[in-house]
Design a protein around this ligand. Structure first.
Ligand code: SAM
Length: 481
């Protein structure tokens, strides 16, 4: 029952348009968060220039790459099983090379090469530009590793290729790393310290996507509200910036304004927000621009003040409610979603009840819920005992999933009878005769195809709903077309 972000995409292979001049075959599989899928597009872009075409057939590959996730133990186990499979193929194809990318590469570093001897190459999330050199090393029969984390790498100068794209929506990475040090989370160790990307290069990428027919972008980062450009460098070094750099710095609200104005017909989404960094000016920018979607992913992790403190989340339950109230006041139709963890060390039934009551207050539109998984190297692992029994974690998880389903259904019902703008992404998974798209609130909407096409903005009258889907009929193009 555990929900995983973009579950349908986990382990998907990526395919690029074939370049006839390229002779080698790359098989690349991705796991984890949207950031990882976005990173795979950067990797494919770098390797396309090194003579690689993508293949979806593992047995055909000269180079197999797996972009990995360390967020929970289960994610790592999945990757290990895939590595066993790759090694089985390798035994019949000794020239095939296998590389591990991303968070597991960073966490385990050369352990993969030295102790387990199951891969040829290990590349951390800040070292993808070094791939051409690393591949040369493995071509010459040596193992290769680069897991150096960077102070300023944002890949702002690499134009990502759009892999498996619907041609309608694309990710645009705006920050890398994370400075939050939530005690449960491995991200600061695997992705390094937080740095922001030059707004100019973000705008160029967004403009280019619009020119190429894309209609929606998602600005991506571990903590987008913390975005701060002051000429380059780590966020934590901002106080050492010159007065001029400080005066001309751009924060997240400023970036949103720039992007919204640059492409007024392009839909803009962003993920992920951290409550401690989300400010009123961001909510006001959302209210001001119709092209900024009315949806905020606002992970809270727990409803208990005691657990929030132990997690090093830098806000209280009351401050979170204040933020929710501000959002509802400024953008009454804004959808809000959560990430929640059950069974963090020392969590009692009372803490769990606090989480349930917080959920009752907010009535989230969507949710991504997880049982706590102890991660090596995190503060929780070093200082706290993983003392909530697995059965209790799972039972609490089940309880919050049930409450979320009830609230999701309540929220979808609020759309009944309304006419809402939907951006068509593709055919419905269940019916070839229907389109699937999303409204501004990110809720999936399904409706008969008629004469409409992928990429159209269509006004859809909502007639029915389930807890996850709105069902309706088109009443015409929206003014955004
Ligand atoms: N910074 C991003 C965010 O806040 O969404 C990305 C973090 S992670 C990819 C997404 C979610 O995974 C977190 O919000 C948290 O709920 C969950 N998570 C992180 N570490 C976890 C752990 N040790 N055990 C269980 N869930 C975890």
């Amino acid at each position: 029952m555990e929900k995983v972000i973009d579950e349908s995409q986990q382990g998907s292979t990526l395919s690029l348009e074939k370049n006839e001049n390229n002779g080698r075959k790359l098989y690349i599989e991705s796991y984890g968060c949207q950031m990882n899928f976005s990173d795979s597009e950067i990797v494919a872009s770098i390797l396309a220039k090194e003579g690689f075409n993508t293949t979806q057939n593992l047995n055909d590959a000269d180079l197999v790459l797996v972009n990995t996730c360390s967020i929970r133990e289960k994610a790592e186990q999945t990757v290990r099983k895939r590595l066993e499979k790759f090694n089985a193929v390798k035994r019949t194809k000794p020239n095939m090379k296998v590389g591990v990318l991303g968070c597991m590469a960073e966490r385990l570093k050369s352990k993969f090469l030295e102790e387990e001897k199951i891969v040829d190459m290990v590349v951390g999330p800040d070292a993808y530009k070094d791939l051409p050199n690393l591949i040369q090393e493995i071509d010459e029969g040596r193992n290769a590793v680069n897991v150096i984390l960077s102070k300023d790498e944002t890949y702002g100068d690499v134009a990502p290729v759009r892999l498996n794209s619907n041609g309608v929506s694309a990710f645009v990475s705006i920050t890398r790393g994370c400075d939050n040090m939530c005690t449960f989370c491995v991200v600061p160790f695997t992705r390094g310290r937080e740095r922001s990307r030059d707004p100019q290069s973000i705008l160029e990428e967004v403009n280019d996507l619009w020119e190429r027919g894309f209609k929606e972008i998602t600005l991506l980062g571990q903590n987008v509200d913390s975005y701060l450009w002051y000429g380059g460098g780590l966020k934590k070094n901002f106080d050492q910036a010159s007065e001029m750099q400080k005066a001309t710095s751009v924060n997240f609200a400023g970036l949103l304004e720039l992007v919204a104005q640059a492409q007024p017909k392009m839909r803009i989404r962003f993920s992920t927000s951290n409550p401690q960094d989300m400010t009123l000016d961001v909510i006001e920018a959302m209210a001001k621009h119709r092209n900024i979607c009315k949806y905020i992913h606002l992970p809270v992790q727990s409803g208990s003040n005691r657990i929030l403190k132990a997690m090093n989340r830098l806000h209280t339950r009351e401050e979170y409610f204040e933020l929710i109230d501000d959002i509802r006041k400024i953008i009454p139709d804004c959808a809000i979603s959560q990430d929640m963890i059950t069974g963090f060390p020392t969590e009692t039934e009372e803490d769990h009840q606090d989480t349930l009551s917080l959920m009752e207050y907010v009535k989230y539109d969507f949710g991504f819920m997880f049982a706590y998984s102890e991660r090596p190297g995190t503060l929780a692992e070093r200082k706290m005992e993983d003392d909530v029994p697995e059965t209790t974690k799972k039972r609490r998880l089940q309880e919050i999933i049930e409450v979320q389903q009830k609230h999701s259904h309540y929220r979808t019902q609020q759309h009944l009878g309304k006419t809402e703008e939907v951006l068509i992404e593709g055919a419905s998974k269940k019916s070839e005769a229907h389109w699937m798209g999303r409204n501004s609130q990110n809720t999936v909407v399904v409706f008969p195809k008629e004469h409409y096409n992928v990429g159209d903005f269509v006004n859809v009258k909502i007639n029915e709903c389930t807890s996850a889907t709105l069902i309706g009929e088109a009443v015409g193009y929206s003014e955004n077309n």
